[in-house]
Design a protein around this ligand. Structure first.
Ligand SMILES: *[C@@H]1O[C@H](CO)[C@@H](O)[C@H](O)[C@H]1NC(C)=O
Ligand SMILES: *[C@@H]1O[C@H](CO)[C@@H](O)[C@H](O)[C@H]1NC(C)=O
Ligand SMILES: *[C@@H]1O[C@H](CO)[C@@H](O)[C@H](O)[C@H]1NC(C)=O
Length: 407
């Protein structure tokens, strides 16, 4: 039962916040810490590794925070310049998500650093360190939150990738988790990914959402909950407020509960998370997300197609897309035939269901460089935070990008 507790809390909170003031949803931005407390300055996350902050500006004016881990503890013995890898997190988290583990040798970015890569992490627009806009205090306005994963793929990813190329003079290896994979699929239809990216490793890849088993997401989509919240003029949700933290902590304190189970209704039953790291996670979770992203995902859950945001009427779609219906993301033609793509997915993953991943793979059956790793025990969060991934998953990923580094 605890598994669905979190979800019920979120729904109660959404409904509750409609009745009370919008401040519940976190419009007081002064509570976000100043720059000096970014992920780079938090040893509980970086495990003491050298970390640098950069601000990157997108074509539509969003100022996004990027972190770089330039060097490991072991001296780099490889020849030439280190190949850059850029990692992109999913929804409701930020780059801290890659570090919700207890030991440095369990964090994918740090493993990549020690393997001789130059590691860069993006923070999606709207998350705590990516709230600025060139036009000033724009994040107070509803217009700021008018985006979905389509804009992330169209603006954020190119900005991050161009920046890394500018700094390193090399094409990048891409790695994304969850919505970090959806934006990457979206990116293929917007710009020439293959000219800038050597390989892509997609953890819990999400494009089609026909078979998701996350009960909460299904209920929310079928009941049009994000749409309803949107009609109240709420542009984004920021659940980092006391009641939710308190309720989650309370659920976690039931005797014998591995608190990660509280999240299982959303992610599927994660096999290999360290129960002791949940406080670190709760300290950094959840990050704000626009209602529009949740509506967009709900649309794709209901329709079973992977498409751009549907504005709901032909005239408005025409205005945005030049056609009356929301355009479908055509993975078959937009992904180049020889692009090295690795999909890592898991049996009990409630969001990236194996049937949906197979549908993506079957679309790519005539492509020549598609790889997959199937983890029969991994659910959604295991791909970033499992204690075992350093042994049973990440070595294969490192091997994959090394093999294709010459491109
Ligand atoms: C915003 O939060 C800060 C820190 O909690 C507080 O000092 C400040 O008074 C708040 N501002 C408003 C307008 O509520
Ligand atoms: C689990 O986390 C605790 C606390 O951080 C740590 O002491 C322990 O070594 C971790 N276990 C594993 C297997 O990583
Ligand atoms: C900042 O936001 C406030 C309230 O939303 C607005 O009145 C003010 O003009 C904005 N300032 C700038 C510099 O954009």
């Amino acid at each position: 039962m605890a598994a669905y507790g979190w979800l019920i809390c979120v729904m109660l909170l959404m409904v509750g916040s409609l009745a009370s003031s919008q401040n519940v949803l976190g419009h007081n931005h002064s509570k976000y810490p100043p720059d000096l407390s970014t992920i780079c300055h938090d040893d509980s996350l970086t495990k003491g590794y050298k970390c640098e902050d950069y601000d990157v500006i997108t074509d539509d004016g969003y100022v996004l925070r990027m972190h770089r881990f330039p060097q490991g503890r072991i001296n780099y013995r490889g020849r030439g310049k280190k190949p850059p890898v850029y990692l992109q997190h999913g929804v409701l988290v930020d780059a801290s998500n890659w570090f919700t583990v207890s030991h440095a040798d369990q964090a994918l970015p740090l493993i990549l650093v020690e393997a001789g890569f130059d590691v860069w992490l993006g923070n999606t627009r709207g998350t705590r360190y990516s709230r600025k806009h060139v036009s000033g205090n724009f994040s107070n306005s509803d217009d700021y939150w008018d985006f979905t994963f389509s804009e992330m793929g169209k603006y954020d990813l190119p900005a991050f990738i161009d920046f890394v190329i500018l700094q390193t003079g090399q094409k990048v290896h891409y790695m994304g988790h969850s919505l970090g994979t959806t934006q990457f699929f979206a990116a293929f239809s917007e710009w020439k990914v293959e000219k800038k990216v050597k390989t892509a490793t997609l953890l819990s890849p999400i494009s089609f959402l026909n078979h998701i088993t996350a009960k909460g997401a299904i209920i929310a989509a079928k009941a049009y909950i994000p749409e309803i919240v949107g009609t109240f003029g709420i542009s984004h949700i920021n659940l980092k407020v006391q009641p939710l933290s308190a309720i989650t902590y309370a659920l976690c304190n039931f005797p014998g509960v591995n608190c990660w189970e509280v999240f299982a209704g959303f992610s599927g039953p994660n096999c290999c998370m360290n129960a002791s790291t949940v406080n670190l996670y709760l300290h950094n979770w959840p990050q704000a997300a626009p209602i529009k992203t949740l509506i967009h995902l709900s649309q794709n859950i209901r329709t079973g197609v992977f498409s751009k945001y549907d504005y709901g009427d032909p005239a408005t779609n025409l205005q945005h897309y030049g056609v009356p219906e929301a355009p479908i993301y055509d993975l078959q033609t937009s992904i180049p035939k020889d692009f090295p793509l690795m999909l890592c997915h898991g049996g009990p993953d409630a969001l990236a269901d194996p049937t949906d991943v197979q549908r993506t793979l079957s679309l790519l059956s005539s492509h020549r460089n598609i790889h997959q790793i199937y983890m029969d025990n991994y659910a959604h969060y295991d791909f970033v935070n499992a204690m075992t991934a350093k042994d049973d998953l990440y070595p294969d990923i490192v091997n994959f990008i090394r093999t294709h580094n010459h491109r």
